[in-house]
Design a protein around this ligand. Structure first.
Ligand code: ARG
Length: 459
């Protein structure tokens, strides 16, 4: 009967609870394809060394192909003793091609370099997929920004009305975060994409395997050179979860804005029914659950990062079983991030913008800075104009008129004689206010379109 991979020195069986506690198969089986691919290339490397003959190699590759089909058709039969994906695939290979030949595939290899290799292949693949859907999300941002360029809204600081901006400008503020996520992701993929294969358990390969060959066959860009590091380095796991944490943080802030904007008090946006839920008690309710989950799940991804950092801290050299704890938080983070990108894409591409509500939320006092700038253009120092404009705001308050734009020219001139006839047309116009901010990165139409085209170039 089949002996466990490491059973030679053992006499007693394992405590059944310990077997469960020890097994990673329930969650690492999703790396089946990476594991088979790794073994395929590794055995080709052994063949190059003369450690496998042509027949043995072709049998192994045939067997690996059969196993892949079984996994893909959901017919791989799992056994009680399958400790992890590596032991399960090797057990199955023995059943298909016979243990005589299957027993040779692990020559010079350890599950330590094997699991590190599998994970890097798997994570690389997931991150490439994430990159693709992230670009799709970004393209929704820029398309909306283009189409809805004319919509004006209040911009906030401290969540208090500050200055008028374009809705598109607000959208692109989040797209800008996502652009740096995209760039960071590309750099991350490069660091994930290094091969630990051919390092054995820790000390290196005793038959001089061609690690460069293994790496290039597996699509890696280079090696994790030092064999001790290669088997124990999980920085790529940490970095992936950090990447996810920061990305989710961006989605979380974006969601928070939209949750506020979707309240009846704001009414700036309406979420599509497809991304909302109702209340079991209050018939009138329409809740932004999608956004709340995007906001809430950022905590979960960061929690995984923090937890695994604690696991890594103080681990002694090379492989320790603690490292098996990398998988669940990592896989959970990858799934959470992917799902969140898809949900955010759905939410953003279906929500309705209430341009008139946004416009109605603009108030003339949001133009107080523009009023100050009006006098700056007449040569008055800004510090002075700031005070003058403040005095105008106060006057409007004292006179209980509904905004600084309701003051007559005489009243304005009572504060400062340099206000002229043109003040009304020049200052009290939201569109003009926005259009004056035309330096790079500003909220004027031209500056927003410039942002759109900068982002488009990256997609
Ligand atoms: N399932 C293990 C893990 O995920 C594979 C490596 C086992 N290596 C060992 N020396 N026990 O880390």
């Amino acid at each position: 009967d089949f002996k466990s991979l490491w059973g030679g020195r053992f006499t007693g069986g394992m405590d059944p609870l310990m077997a469960l506690y020890n097994a990673s198969f329930p969650y690492d089986k999703k790396m089946y394809a990476a594991d088979l691919e790794g073994t395929k290339v590794y055995t080709a490397g052994l063949h190059k060394l003369g450690l496998l003959n042509d027949y043995e190699l072709s049998e192994i590759h045939r067997g690996l192909g059969v196993i892949l089909k079984e996994w893909e058709s959901n017919s791989f039969e799992e056994k009680q003793d399958d400790e992890d994906i590596h032991t399960a695939n090797e057990r199955r290979l023995g059943e298909i091609i016979g243990r005589e030949i299957a027993g040779k595939v692990h020559t010079g290899r350890s599950r330590n370099d094997q699991v590190a290799t599998d994970m890097r292949i798997y994570v690389r693949e997931q991150l490439i997929e994430i990159k693709k859907i992230l670009k799709e999300l970004l393209s929704v941002f820029v398309s909306r920004a283009e189409v809805e360029i004319d919509v004006l809204m209040p911009g906030y600081t401290h969540l208090q009305r500050a200055q008028p901006i374009r809705w598109s400008h607000w959208l692109l503020s989040y797209a800008t975060y996502l652009v740096s996520d995209l760039q960071r992701l590309e750099q991350l993929i490069d660091r994930v994409n290094l091969s630990p294969l051919g390092c054995g358990a820790l000390a290196g390969h005793p038959y001089g395997i061609d690690r460069e060959y293994l790496a290039s066959e597996l699509g890696f860009n280079g090696l994790v050179t030092n064999s001790l590091t290669a088997v124990s380095d999980r920085d790529f796991v940490v970095e992936t979860m950090f990447w996810g944490s920061l990305f989710m943080n961006h989605l979380s802030r974006f969601s928070e804005d939209m949750i506020i904007y979707s309240t009846a008090e704001f009414g700036f946006i309406d979420l599509a029914d497809a991304y909302s839920t109702g209340s079991s008690l209050m018939p009138q309710k329409k809740n932004p659950d999608s956004l709340e989950l995007l906001r809430g799940k950022s905590g979960r991804v960061f929690g995984g990062l923090a937890g695994f950092m604690m696991t890594l801290k103080s681990l002694p050299s090379t492989y320790d079983k603690d490292l098996q704890e990398d998988k669940e938080p990592l896989f959970d983070a990858l799934t959470t991030v992917s799902h969140s990108i898809l949900i955010a894409t759905g939410v953003l591409s279906t929500l309705k913008v209430n341009a008139d509500k946004m416009l109605a939320a603009l108030t003339p006092d949001m133009l107080a800075t523009d009023l100050a700038d009006y006098l700056v253009r007449k040569g008055v120092p800004f510090r002075e104009t700031h005070h003058i404009s403040g005095a105008v705001v106060r006057l409007a308050e004292v006179m209980a008129v509904r905004g600084i734009d309701k003051l007559s020219l005489e009243e304005l001139q009572s504060v400062d004689a340099r206000f002229g006839e043109d003040v009304r047309g020049e200052v009290f116009d939201y569109e003009k206010s926005v259009e004056r901010r035309n330096a790079i990165g500003g909220t004027a139409k031209s500056a927003v379109f410039d942002q759109v085209s900068r982002i488009r170039k990256l997609l």
